[in-house]
Ligand binder design. Structure first.
Ligand code: CU
Length: 288
């Protein structure tokens, strides 16, 4: 009850700061997908698949997919080859119609990609890095000291609605919370870091920032050379796998981190499960 009224309040605050037009009606797209199961979450809500090319949509890569009905995974285990339907709505993607088509001989099954090592513990200083922002200017992470800084990682050509586009939508909602509460607006900044610097030029980052209504006083889109972004992101739990010619096929997880005014890691928000209201609540508790 308490949390739902808070959600309502945040929504009202967000609307008082300018309600955008309702989203267009969801169009649903479906693609056949084949691949090898690498891992299954214990609650069967997600499955990791090393998939073949999804014609007209996605290069071969390894990634986690949502499963709406755990019964779809009855009899499916890591090492199995499967066929399925990838469903995309405006905000979500998931696998359905999963069927086992075979299995890799034991010993030939692929190992899941390694989890990122040496993640910074909460309370540690986050190493400085010099980004290039959407105007093409250098922007050091340390220049945000004095503010609570919410950092997430994206790339603008991410094809899956519940990955980077969802992070952008969540940050837009957090931004509305900052605009609605001057106390937060003065003390909190947002940074979206692209891990696709070759494609995400300042011009493309600026176009994305405009498209989703980023206020340049509150929210910056930045990037840095690949090795630097990967090293920086790795410290915050980001893992990016680059495959194909030039490493253009990107498989990634989602990590969002809150840095305190001293540049220390205050907390992390994992994956795509966090909601903007949770961040606003945390910020309201932190910002005195
Ligand atoms: Cu993405």
């Amino acid at each position: 009850m308490k949390s739902s009224s808070l959600v309502l309040m945040v929504l009202l605050l967000a609307c008082s700061a300018g309600c955008s037009a309702p989203p267009p009606p969801a169009t649903v797209r479906e693609f056949p997908l084949t691949g090898e199961v690498l891992a299954i979450k214990p609650d069967k809500s997600e499955i990791q698949v090393k998939h073949d090319e999804v014609k007209g949509f996605m290069e071969p890569m390894t990634m986690w997919f949502n499963i709406k009905d755990p019964r779809l995974l009855d009899g499916v285990a890591p090492g199995d080859l499967i066929g399925a339907t990838l469903v995309l709505t405006a905000e979500d993607s998931y696998l359905t119609a999963i069927r086992k088509t075979g299995s890799r001989p034991p010993g030939e099954a692929s190992a899941p990609p390694p989890a990122p090592a040496d993640i910074l513990p909460v309370g540690e200083a986050v190493p400085d890095i010099t980004f290039t922002d959407e105007t093409g200017k250098p922007r050091r992470l340390s220049s945000y000291r004095g503010a609570y800084t919410l950092v997430t990682f994206i790339y603008t050509r991410c094809p899956l609605p519940d990955y980077c586009p969802r992070m952008n939508a969540h940050f837009a909602a957090v931004q509305r919370g900052l605009q609605a509460d001057p106390r937060l607006g003065q003390r909190v900044r947002l940074i979206s870091v692209s891990f696709d610097p070759e494609f995400d030029t300042p011009a493309r980052l600026a176009a994305k920032a405009r498209e989703i209504g980023a206020d340049p006083d509150l929210w910056h889109f930045v990037t840095a050379p690949r090795a630097q972004v990967d090293q920086f992101g790795g410290k915050l739990g980001l893992s990016v796998l680059r495959e194909g010619p030039g490493g253009v096929n990107i498989t990634h997880n989602l990590r969002t981190a809150l840095l305190d005014p001293d540049g220390k890691l205050a907390r992390t928000y994992n994956g795509k499960e966090w909601v903007p209201e949770e961040v606003i609540r945390d910020l309201q508790a932190l910002v005195k």
